[in-house]
Design a protein around this ligand. Structure first.
Ligand SMILES: [Zn+2]
Length: 256
């Protein structure tokens, strides 16, 4: 049973990207009934949308970033906005950013935007939130070049055991979403057990990536405890322990 004090941190959810009629407050209130009390909301095209609404909630941490699928006109929209974000301290991480082989945006564009954001994270000392689908070797090389001071998390990890090992050598944090449980993924238990306790994060990536076992039409942070429960079972630890470990890691990363 989960105790009333179990606090869960959703390390990646797009509270700003639900349909307009869904209020951020409703999402948070629903999530809180199951212990999900902190939320990291990344940027996809710069600041998160609805940033004003998000700012009303101290339990929401926001990032600034340009997702690889939105890098076509990258340099026009970023620099000035970023300076404002850093000054106002509304930005606690850079991302989500990275590389994705599925998008039509030219690879060179994705690369340039990714490099720009790696540099920004390194210079600002903020953690980097990575969206990587394929191109793992390229990303590894870029992150290696950035040096050991750069902290980063691979969000909604969907790579192989070997890929996970290579990123862990660079001290990556790895975040798992509900998607891992619907994949036809032989290696998944090995991967879930590979990540050291102090590098493990959990997320919903809501409203996307709804796990099969969760009710409702859209994925919501309220689904995170079920993801945590399954992950805890695979790792052979209690639900409470898994929540406490991932909460601690999120605090170190996003609220130092
Ligand atoms: Zn995302």
């Amino acid at each position: 049973m989960e105790g009333s004090e179990t606090i869960i941190f959703d390390s990646h959810c797009h509270l700003d990207r639900f349909p307009k009629e869904t209020k951020v407050r409703e999402l948070i209130e629903r999530a809180e009934t199951t212990g999900v009390k902190y939320f990291f909301v990344p940027g996809v095209t710069g600041f998160p949308a609805r940033i004003g609404e998000l700012a009303e909630f101290p339990q929401i941490i926001t990032g600034w970033g340009v997702h690889p699928g939105y890098t076509e006109d990258f340099h026009e929209n970023c620099c000035e906005e970023m300076a404002i974000a850093l000054k106002a301290s509304v930005c606690r991480a850079i991302g989500e950013c990275g590389l994705d082989r599925r998008f039509r945006v030219k690879f060179e564009k994705q690369l340039a935007a990714f490099q720009w954001q790696i540099d920004l994270a390194r210079e600002s000392g903020l953690p980097l939130v990575l969206h990587l689908v394929g191109h793992y070797d390229v990303a590894l090389k870029m992150l290696k070049q950035a040096g050991p001071k750069l902290k980063f998390v691979l969000h909604s990890f969907c790579g192989s055991y070997e890929v996970a090992s290579q990123f862990l050598e660079l001290d990556a944090y790895i975040s798992f979403s509900g998607s891992i449980f619907k994949k036809n993924h032989d290696d998944i238990d090995r991967i879930l057990n590979l990540v050291p306790e102090n590098r493990l994060l959990i997320e919903t990536d809501s409203p996307d990536q709804k796990p099969d076992f969760c009710p409702g039409k859209l994925n919501e942070p309220i689904n995170l405890p079920e993801i945590a429960r399954r992950l805890a079972a695979v790792r052979g630890i209690s639900f409470e322990e898994l929540c406490s470990v991932t909460l601690k890691n999120c605090r170190i990363l996003f609220m130092p």
